[in-house]
Design a protein around this ligand. Structure first.
Ligand code: 13P
Length: 247
């Protein structure tokens, strides 16, 4: 199974549901639809409306983040996994680099993953090195740390998807070479296997994915799908990625 996940970041108002309606009508008629899933992570403000609207449809709705506590607490503006699940989301991103730079620590991320799974949310756990790490050839050691400090064998790893998003690639148009990405994906899978041989998360790629470069990515069979930012805000661009992947 492949995954095409659209992360809207700080984008979207109620009428933006039109974008999803168009993606959904493509998806429900696509001859390849059984081979992949589509998940969209809109901002918190739209999760409930979108989840209700797409409840019986193909598209699933996820959250972009969650708070590191379980149900209710006295943390102003915090939104817990329990609250996210209660409005119909099925997935949540955890550890996006946008949130890591704003202060998400490994301990916080571990709690987020734990409470999200506890509340029946599937977790898309984001990892990725920055430009300086890459220059110093530290990519593998950074990724290993990001994974092993947060994921452990007590977690139900079947309900976790790992998204590899090199920070230097997000929103820049720069992407890894086919060889780099092949090696890095294999390395991530090796680390995940060392945590639990039987239950292994799928591994997605994210960072400037578009309808053109997806043709290169599809050559790397080890990549189980994509986390798509900018291009997911346009139904045409998002659909192009899926079409070109299966072309
Ligand atoms: P872009 O596709 O805009 O590079 O964003 C990737 C991303 O951060 C998705 O979470």
């Amino acid at each position: 199974m492949r995954y095409f996940i659209g992360n809207w970041k700080m984008f979207g108002v109620p009428k933006s549901i039109n974008i999803l309606n168009k993606i959904n009508s493509f998806y429900s008629k696509d001859k390849n639809r059984k081979k992949y899933r589509v998940i969209i992570t809109p901002p918190y403000t739209l999760i409930e409306t979108f989840s209700k609207h797409f409840k019986s449809k193909k598209i699933s709705i996820g959250s972009q983040n969650c708070y590191q506590k379980d149900q209710f607490s006295s943390n102003t503006a915090a939104i817990s996994p329990f609250m996210i699940r209660s409005v119909g989301a099925k997935y949540t991103l955890v550890g996006h680099s946008d949130n890591r730079v704003e202060g998400d620590t490994n301990i916080m991320l571990k709690n987020k993953v734990h409470f999200a799974l506890k509340n029946n949310l599937k977790v898309v756990f984001c990892i990725g090195e920055n430009r300086a790490d890459k220059k110093k050839k530290k990519t593998f050691s950074v990724l290993k740390k990001q994974i092993t400090k947060v994921l452990d064998k007590k977690m139900n790893l079947n309900n976790i998807i790992v998204a590899y998003e090199p920070i230097w690639s997000i929103g820049t148009g720069n992407i890894p070479t086919e060889n780099e990405l092949f090696k890095t994906t294999l390395y991530i899978k090796k680390i995940l296997k060392s945590i639990n041989k039987k239950k292994r998360p799928l591994v997605l790629y994210g960072g400037s994915v578009d309808g053109k470069n997806v043709k290169m990515f599809k050559e790397i069979r080890e990549i189980d799908g994509f986390l798509i930012g900018g291009a997911s805000k346009s139904h045409k661009k998002f659909i192009d990625i899926i079409k070109n992947y299966y072309r």
